[in-house]
Design a protein around this ligand. Structure first.
Ligand SMILES: *Cc1c(COP(=O)(O)O)cnc(C)c1O
Length: 438
């Protein structure tokens, strides 16, 4: 009899977004005339730009002519796109060979598949909180124990805890780990690793023979020139890092689907030969993948042309302005907000020590604004929610207006309640002291 992959049963139940959907539907059913403001999901909303559209259209037309029709292409991606991406890296002083780049249908699938290059017994380290695919792909591959529902973690994984003290970007651990997932700019916290923080990780990886899998899907949201946009901007990193990137957030390709992975020739593990990991990924892509859509790839070439890059930067700037609009309103209300400087996410501390889901419910109830509870990204997200800056400007403004109009009173009442309870705690303490004396 066939048996199933038991690792799937370890996956923690109730995927985050369906649960959000359920609560929103319930609220809407009870309040049918209330408009819902969605600042929850990290999905792009603005249309593709003219240069990209021309690239896509051109390829569609070419596919309609016998002379220019093409079928399957190279599994690793079309040479034109790989070369264009090499030029894109060269602008930042990063030299790559086109054969070190592997075009894909998006960074999420690459993030799920890449663990396959590494032996079962590797110790995996993942940021907490983190984009869920890093954890789940390793759970399904059998590199973890069971999910501990109370602690909100899988046994056998090393979690790199983010907190306000480390700016939501943990330093390397004292113990030895083998494969490390880092995401900067970070989803969900909006934190961006500094050159010093990344250098510390690269030194750790070189010292311990570890491999870093660096998710740079939001690289183009960095406007601060001091912050690295690619891990390859750090010295000596090609032997220890894979980079995963995507056109999704860069150029609005969330539905078009196009990304790429960089697996350098120099990348090595303690038991690999020269260039072996690059050849393994090439082998893997050639057998398990039939290449990204040729239409999407022509769109990608257009996206990294000079005009395409200019337009994509405008698109990114639009979302970043959304982030600043939301942040200003939240800070005015006295909420503690980080992120949103070089990333389209705001990481907001819940007021009055509320749990992530409790504040989610309150925001929905009081303001009809939907956010994402921090706990959906890992246990260290408890006490936080994520606001996404993806959305049409008018919807962002409506959401912010509703927050301004409705949250203030609730926050005031909450803080009075808090003061009262602190007062009561104080009184009890006082009484205890008195009774002790008596
Ligand atoms: C959106 C996102 C991606 C991109 O995924 P695609 O499959 O390329 O759309 C990758 N990593 C993170 C952290 C993301 O938020």
């Amino acid at each position: 009899m066939a048996k199933l992959n038991h690792n799937y049963r370890k996956l923690s139940a109730g995927y985050l977004f369906p649960e959000i959907g359920r609560r929103v539907r319930e609220y809407s059913a009870a309040h049918p005339d209330q408009a819902i403001h969605r600042l929850g999901i990290g999905n792009t909303t603005e249309p593709l730009t003219p240069t990209i559209l021309a690239g896509l259209h051109g390829r569609v037309d070419a596919l309609g002519q016998r002379e220019t029709y093409t079928g399957y292409g190279d599994e690793q991606g079309e040479t034109e796109l790989r070369e264009a991406l090499v030029a894109y890296y060269a602008e930042r002083g990063v030299a790559l060979d086109p054969r070190e780049l592997f075009v894909s249908d998006g960074a999420k699938a690459d993030a799920a598949n890449i663990q396959n290059l590494f032996a079962q017994e590797n110790v995996i380290a993942i940021q907490n909180p983190a984009y869920p695919v890093y954890v789940d792909s390793n759970v399904v591959a059998g590199r973890t124990g069971e999910y501990d529902a109370n602690a909100g973690v899988y046994t056998g994984l090393t979690l790199l805890e983010g907190n306000p003290e480390n700016g939501w970007f943990a330093a390397p651990p004292a113990e030895k780990v083998d494969v490390v997932y880092l995401c900067s700019p970070n989803n969900p916290t909006g934190a961006v690793a500094t050159r010093e923080q990344l250098t510390a990780w690269v030194e750790y990886a070189r010292g311990h023979g570890a491999v870093i899998i660096f998710d740079a899907a939001y690289a183009e949201f960095i406007s601060d020139p001091e912050l690295p946009r690619s891990i390859y901007e750090i010295e000596g990193v090609k032997e220890c890092a894979i980079e995963l990137t995507s056109f999704s957030k860069l150029s609005g390709f969330t539905g078009v689907r196009l990304g790429w992975a960089v697996v350098p020739y120099a990348l090595r593990t303690e038991d690999s030969e020269d260039g072996e990991l690059n050849r393994m990924w090439n082998r893997r892509q050639s057998t398990f993948f039939n290449g990204a859509s040729n239409i999407a790839q022509s769109g990608g070439v257009a996206a990294v042309s000079d005009a395409g890059k200019r337009e994509s930067r405008e698109l990114v700037a639009y979302y970043m302005e959304n982030a600043w609009i939301i942040r200003a309103a939240l800070r005015e209300l006295g909420l503690d907000v980080t992120g949103g400087d070089n990333a389209p996410y705001l990481w907001v501390k819940t007021p009055g020590g509320l749990g992530s889901w409790e504040f989610f419910d309150q925001l929905l109830e009081q303001t009809q604004v939907v956010v994402t509870p921090g706990t959906g990204f890992g246990s260290a997200g408890e006490g936080y929610v994520r606001f996404s800056a993806f959305g049409h400007r008018e919807n962002i403004e409506a959401a912010v207006q509703s927050i301004r109009d409705n949250l203030k009173f609730w926050l005031r009442a909450k803080s009075r309640e808090l003061k009262r309870s602190q007062f009561l705690v104080g009184c009890t303490r006082h009484l205890k002291l008195e009774s002790h004396r008596a």
